[in-house]
Design a protein around this ligand. Structure first.
Ligand SMILES: *Cc1c(COP(=O)(O)O)cnc(C)c1O
Length: 428
């Protein structure tokens, strides 16, 4: 991506859109209005837009419920009893997994806890956990309370990595060095895939390899990575991961999460877990007998029967992902975000109002750019919003903008730039 090939002009943006093979996907989504006008929606990192097809997918299950009632559990191809299987091919592609390594279930914070039950097994010698400083609050509370659950003191267990002085993001070499320093006492690396505040994409492959070298586990919260970065969880030998479906995966507010458990644990009934009947051997489930026998793979971590309405909305979006293809989406994403970066740097230059803190290297970020606001604070964000830009503000002083390749256009990015230019006059 050579920024010299970008231009700050509407005709250039329109030309890029005309050449974009994914441009037509935009028409498959509902866009909200701000002040009566269609928004420039850069908030897919928080809540993805609604695919227009969601209504039909939900309608079909509502009809099945009305017409079949309890028989819907075993009726036809899409019988609810097996409905979880439907999302597996798309999830496997998005996460870079085998189908049996993934399953949609619960919500993200719940899954973080369930996975820790199985994979965080502290001993007297090996108990430490590496996490990035300033992790998402749910992850912080999960780690704190999991550690206490084992009777340990978080202060002795948690190693929170901060960027070097004067830097905003972590260097991979420093993460790997920390892993090696703690070696035999390290139980686990438990980080996000993409850091929600800075937008930094971590090198999951290198981190996992380093963790394994010292005999530790590697697990990731992929809330901001799923559907955004190209992931190869199976090949990278990541131990476990979880994500949510309402950010880049466009499946609706609070919708279902998913988990990844690597193949090497597919037949490990000895791993401790908090079980429920839906993780129990499917063929035997209705015998209603004592003695938990986990299903093969990730399915063995399910507790409860599938939320069919939630999965219907999820599927509407997953089918679009399959049609578009993760590699195609990522190729566009790198260009679209680079264009946004180019325009922000071109316009804000040395105004001193803001600074992009997300790494410049496309391999170290997804589509989100985080702008650290030096002057004007939240008023800068409010000014954007007044002109129809939906991004989000994160305390203490960051605006996150996420042009998503599925429904954002180069013209969106250009229009944002004109608004940025006007806004800066107020704060410069
Ligand atoms: C969005 C997000 C969550 C949200 O958790 P829920 O259980 O879905 O409410 C958790 N962790 C990270 C890193 C997130 O970005």
């Amino acid at each position: 991506m050579n920024p010299n090939t970008f231009e700050y002009s509407e005709s250039f943006a329109r030309e890029m859109d005309a050449k974009d093979k994914l441009a037509h996907f935009r028409t498959r989504f509902h866009f909200p209005k701000v002040e009566g006008k269609e928004a420039i929606y850069f908030c897919g990192n928080s809540l993805g837009l609604q695919p227009k097809s969601v209504k039909d997918y939900l309608g079909k299950e509502l009809s099945n419920w009305a017409d079949l009632a309890v028989d819907g559990h075993f009726h036809g191809e899409d019988a609810w009893y097996h409905i979880r299987k439907k999302s597996k091919p798309a999830l496997a592609e998005i996460l870079g997994a085998q189908e049996h390594e993934v399953v949609a279930m619960n919500n993200l914070s719940v899954n973080l806890h369930l996975l820790m039950v199985s994979f965080y097994r502290p001993t007297k010698e090996r108990y430490k956990i590496i996490v990035e400083a300033g992790a998402f609050p749910s992850d912080q509370y999960m780690l704190e309370t999991q550690i206490k659950f084992h009777g340990l003191n978080p202060e002795n267990v948690l190693l929170e990595l901060s960027p070097r002085t004067g830097e905003h993001t972590l260097r991979t070499e420093d993460i790997l060095a920390e892993i090696r320093i703690h070696g035999d006492s390290l139980a686990m690396v438990n980080m996000s895939g993409i850091q929600y505040y800075t937008g930094q994409l971590f090198d999951l492959k290198a981190i996992t390899a380093a963790a394994h070298e010292v005999g530790a586990m590697a697990g990731f919260d992929l809330a901001h990575a799923a559907g955004n970065a190209v992931l190869k969880l199976h090949d990278w030998e990541v131990d476990f991961a979880t994500w949510c479906s309402y950010k880049y995966l466009n499946s609706g507010p609070g919708n279902v999460s998913g988990i990844f458990v690597h193949e090497r644990y597919a037949e490990r009934p000895d791993l401790p877990r908090f079980a429920g009947w839906w993780g129990h051997d499917e063929g035997e489930r209705f015998r209603m007998e004592k003695g938990f026998v986990p299903m093969h793979g990730a399915d063995g971590w399910q507790l409860a029967n599938s939320n069919v309405l939630a999965l219907a909305a999820h599927q509407a979006s997953l089918d679009i992902f399959q049609e578009a293809g993760m590699e195609n989406l990522r190729a566009k994403s790198e260009r679209l975000t680079a264009y946004l970066e180019f325009l922000i740097e071109h316009i804000s230059g040395n105004s001193g109002v803001l600074e992009i803190i997300t790494p410049k290297n496309p391999a170290e970020r997804g589509c989100q750019l985080s702008l650290l606001i030096h002057r004007g604070g939240k008023a800068v964000f409010d000014e954007f919003y007044k002109h129809g830009v939906v991004g989000d503000w994160r305390n203490p002083n960051v605006i996150r903008l996420a042009p998503t390749p599925l429904y954002n256009s180069y013209l969106d990015v250009f229009r944002f730039a004109t608004i940025l230019e006007q806004s800066l006059e107020k704060f410069a």
